[in-house]
Ligand binder design. Sequence first.
Ligand SMILES: [Zn+2]
Length: 180
Amino acid sequence: MASAFAHAAVAVTLATAWVKRPKLPVRFWVLGAACAMGPDLDILGYWLGIPYEHILGHRGLTHSLPFAAVISGLVVGVGFSGPEWVRFRPQLLFYFFVATASHGVFDAMTQGGLGVAFFAPFEPTRYFFPFRPIPVFPIEVSGLINVFLSATAYKHLAKECIWIGLPCLLLVLAARLVRR
Ligand SMILES: [Zn+2]
C-alpha cells in the first residue's frame, strides 16, 4: 500500500477539484478520506490468516471497482439522504466512487506486493500499471513501526510527496484558477 496519508490526501484533493460544489459538511471530507483509506482494512484478513492472493486477501475485493461502486452507494444513501442533496447526488456518487477507487489505482503504481484485483469479485486477476514509482509500506504492524522509526520512512514519504503530493497540489491550484 501507499501510506494512509497519501490516500486521504488524494480524496481531499479530488473534492477540491469539484468546482461547482455546494457547501460541504465536515462529514463529507471525513467520509471521503475514509473511503480512500478504507480498502486497506483488508489487512485484518491478513492477520486472520486469509492468504494475500485470496479474493478477500490484501488488494483483493476491497480494492476493486465494483466494491468502490457499492461503498459509494452506501455512503451517499446513508450520509446524504436529505432532500437538500437530491440534485447533488450524481456528483456525490461519482466523487465517493472515485475517492474509493483511487486507492486501488495508487496501489497499482506501487513497487511491491501483489497487484490489485480491480474487477473482483467477477474476475480475480491482479493488475499493476506499467508505471510504478511509489514505494510500498509494509502491512505487518511491526514492519510499519520499524518503517516509521527509520530513515526509510522519510524516503518513502518523500517519494509519495513527489508522485502523489505534487500532482495533488497542481490539481488544487488548477481548480482554484478555474473557480476564479
Ligand atoms: Zn491498499
